[in-house]
Design a binder for this molecule. Structure first.
Ligand SMILES: C[S@@+](CC[C@H](N)C(=O)[O-])C[C@H]1O[C@@H](n2cnc3c(N)ncnc32)[C@H](O)[C@@H]1O
Length: 420
């Protein structure tokens, strides 16, 4: 039977609902400086990261994003001259976040690019990597060109490799047979497939040439900022971030388990295979993320709101109720780690989406508030914003059945907590 933790306060939840919220940033350019170097699912809008840092970092200098994804918060931390840590469990994010936050010598980068192009354009055919179904996901000409680009990048100086591998990874996705605009691995339709002839080298060049001037601008506005530390680690466990050192957390955790929400692992799979990561690890990334596997001790973390919703879902589908709980058990473990690394008085800002399961929209913002209270954090405020553009499922299949879709993520909440 369900047990409610009585330690928790049953105070009504404070909310600050802005109808036409200035947090929407509708029409804003979200790809300035290095933000457009690589796409990623459910990226945070850089303007939100910037504003959260500006309004919540009162004392101190250290910012953490414990689910850093492509590194949006880390780039914005550099722009404010603050030190930062980013943690993510998906290996592709380390590559992307590192290259977005490295200050390259632009002249040298340009010279390396010219040499790289020369090498690719004069290259003999190169043996492509071997991985399962490569012919299903790429046309023969795409495989041939991608193999040449990948091989040529092996031969450039190490200090520029991360940048070109990131652009290569973006090229892999854009020249694959995957339907663009989503994040799951669905192949384009048979009709589109026939006339589809992607040209990886042209895609690679176009992307780099679009990014170079923005990278140069990024350099110009920065005055020797500290380099963010990107950790390929699991936030549910003790990480390499030292005790009591973080003054501000700005983050957007996943919305739920990646099988039924955002499949970060599927999104990254083809890139990681081309980059030479171990196929066995690459195939199970989604299982490694929050809620990816069934947790033990399911009812341990129950909060009043979670109890209410899991009980309703359980009446329709016990398995789905367990999936939902597993996700929050994992999130609770992350709170233990966030508590360890933050200083007293540190603010914790979480941008969260309220997903729908079995017809019930789960108020994750309330659950986060309650979990925070269990981990010595006071609730300061919750701000709601509309999502004008973000790569998330605004329509998803809550039951995971084809055709059963509902509108879920047109709004998200920013929950601000403070460590007592
Ligand atoms: C909403 S995305 C973050 C997007 C990021 N704010 C950006 O702008 O690109 C959530 C991230 O949480 C990561 N994640 C999921 N489970 C994790 C865990 N146990 N430890 C660390 N990161 C995890 C996923 O890999 C994903 O990159």
């Amino acid at each position: 039977m369900l047990k409610i933790n009585n330690k928790r306060s049953m105070m009504p939840l404070q909310q600050n609902l802005y109808l036409e919220t200035p947090w929407d940033f509708k029409g804003a350019d979200t790809k300035y400086y290095t933000h457009g170097l690589h796409s990623y699912p459910a990226m945070m809008i850089p303007q939100i990261a910037a504003r959260l840092i500006k309004e919540n970092l009162k004392n101190g200098d250290v910012i953490l994003d414990p689910f850093c994804g492509s590194g949006t918060v880390l780039v914005e931390s550099m722009l404010t001259g603050k030190e930062s840590f980013g943690i993510d469990i998906n290996p592709l994010t380390k590559l992307i976040a590192e290259s977005k936050t490295t200050l390259y010598d632009i002249d040298e980068l340009n010279k390396t690019y010219s040499k790289l192009l020369q090498r690719i354009e004069t290259s003999e055919p190169v043996k492509p990597p071997k991985f399962f179904n490569i012919d299903f996901w790429f046309k023969p000409k795409a495989i041939e060109d991608l193999a040449k680009i990948r091989d040529a990048i092996n031969n450039i100086p190490n200090k520029f490799k991360a940048f070109f591998l990131t652009c290569f990874s973006e090229t892999v996705r854009k020249s694959s047979n995957v339907r663009q605009g989503g994040f799951k691995l669905h192949r384009i339709s048979e009709d589109d497939f026939k006339g589809y002839n992607p040209e990886p080298l042209a895609i690679f060049k176009k992307h780099i040439e679009k990014c170079m001037p923005k990278i140069a601008e990024f350099h110009n506005v920065l005055d020797n900022p500290p380099k963010p530390i990107v950790l390929l680690e699991d936030t549910r466990k003790k990480t390499s971030v030292p005790d009591d050192c973080v003054d501000l957390i700005v983050t957007s955790p996943p919305y739920g388990d990646s099988r039924t929400t955002v499949a970060y692992g599927q999104f990254s799979r083809l890139s990681l295979k081309w980059l030479g990561f171990d196929e066995k690890v690459v195939n199970i990334i989604d299982k490694m993320l929050l809620g990816g596997t069934k947790a033990d001790n399911l009812w341990k973390v129950i909060t009043p709101t979670l109890n209410e919703y899991v009980t309703k879902i359980e009446q329709k589908d016990v398995q789905r109720a367990n999936d939902v709980l597993s996700f929050y058990v994992d999130l609770d473990k992350c709170f233990v780690e966030l508590n360890r690394v933050t200083r007293k008085g540190a603010r914790i800002c979480m941008v969260v989406g309220n997903r729908t399961v079995k017809g019930y929209q789960i108020p994750t913002h309330k659950i986060i508030q309650e979990l925070g209270e269990d981990h010595d954090m006071n609730h300061i405020n919750t701000i709601f914003r509309n999502i004008p553009s973000k790569r998330i499922p605004s329509r998803n299949s809550p039951s995971n059945k084809k055709g059963d879709i509902s509108n879920t993520m047109t709004q998200e909440a920013i929950v601000v907590l403070q460590k007592i």
